[in-house]
Design a protein around this ligand. Structure first.
Ligand code: C2E
Ligand code: MG
Ligand code: MG
Ligand code: MG
Length: 294
């Protein structure tokens, strides 16, 4: 990469690589302590009806507050966790915390009976043949029905997936969990895996949502995904919806559900409950009506 840039550049490049390695080693060491030290929490982002704006579920997204650096984005620490063999422990914690939270919200009426939580899983987690049994046990322990839980995975799981992964997915599906393809469209894969694996839905990557309302190509891609999903009986969620223009385009194209800053970012559980409480919204609307009367 440094070719033709002179020896000075090469030295500089080496130094910065050295810094990167040290940075990475430091983060990995800190990450090993993070869970035990209570530095992680789960944030929840609503998944809503594109027309109604009402939540049908939420995505659970892990957060790490480093004692000195503050928030470290998952795009930085999840790959480190995967390489360092920590993703299993972190993934299990996120799943159990999310299920515990969902159980609480179901009991206190924050969410309705069909509200679901969508949990990200790394490819590595799906190579554990015990996973379906473990998840079944957790559903029982927290009293959460399987249809209220979705697992999100990227296309790479299907493309590189071993026989074990296929088996694990089949068993999870048999339990009744939803299985969603995350960042759909960004993989390089042939779509044959949609037939081979028991996928129940796709999440259209934000990169195709961005141009809706202004780019005909993005519109055509989304249209094609909707047609395909409809033919295969898959659910569709649009990711990264930021503007009313995008929302309008999605609703017009028949994309039923969406997620994005237009409706709300991922927030801590208490904030989510305060903002999206099923009964609370009605109560708030009523209160507003009352106070606005003369
Ligand atoms: P993802 O699963 O595709 O999650 C969506 C990402 O888009 C989240 O970033 C979310 O905060 C962000 N986002 C949501 N709405 C908008 C929007 O309107 N505009 C824009 N620009 N961004 C939006 P986040 O939380 O930083 O997570 C990044 C990725 O880290 C996730 O992408 C997921 O792949 C991974 N991740 C997060 N939590 C977990 C976890 O518990 N386990 C695993 N294995 N991966 C996780
Ligand atoms: Mg996701
Ligand atoms: Mg996603
Ligand atoms: Mg994405």
């Amino acid at each position: 990469r440094a070719k033709g840039e002179g020896p000075g550049r090469v030295t500089f490049f080496d130094t910065s690589m050295h810094d990167q390695v040290r940075e990475r080693t430091e983060l990995e060491a800190a990450l090993r302590q993070a869970l035990g030290a209570g530095q992680m929490y789960v944030a929840y982002q609503p998944i809503v009806g594109t027309e109604s704006g009402q939540p049908v579920g939420a995505e659970a997204l892990v957060r790490w507050v480093h004692p000195e650096r503050g928030q470290v984005p998952p795009s930085v620490f999840i790959p480190i966790a995967e390489e360092a063999g920590l993703i299993g422990v972190i993934g299990t914690w996120v799943r159990q915390e999310a299920l515990r939270q969902l159980s609480e919200w179901r009991q206190d009426g924050t969410v309705g009976a069909d509200f679901y939580l969508s949990i990200n899983v790394s490819p590595r987690q799906l190579t554990d043949p015990e996973l379906p049994l473990i998840v079944a046990g957790e559903l029982g322990r927290f009293g959460v029905p399987a249809h209220c839980v979705a697992l999100e995975m990227t296309e790479s799981v299907m493309v590189d997936g071993s026989r074990v992964t296929g088996q694990v997915l089949s068993e999870l599906r048999k339990l009744g969990l939803k299985l969603l393809i995350d960042d759909f469209g960004t993989g390089f894969s042939a779509l044959g895996y949609l037939r081979r694996f028991p996928v129940t839905g796709v999440k259209i990557d934000r990169s195709f949502v961005t141009g809706l309302g202004s780019s005909t190509e993005d519109e055509e891609i989304v249209r094609a995904v909707v047609a395909m999903s409809h033919a295969l009986g898959l659910s569709v969620i649009a990711e990264g919806v930021e503007t009313p223009l995008q929302q309008g385009a999605l609703a017009a194209m028949g994309v039923p559900n969406g997620q994005g800053w237009l409706w709300g970012p991922a927030v801590p559980a208490a904030e989510f409950a305060a903002h999206w409480h099923a009964g609370g919204r009605a109560a708030l609307a009523a209160a507003t009506t009352t106070t606005s009367q003369p």
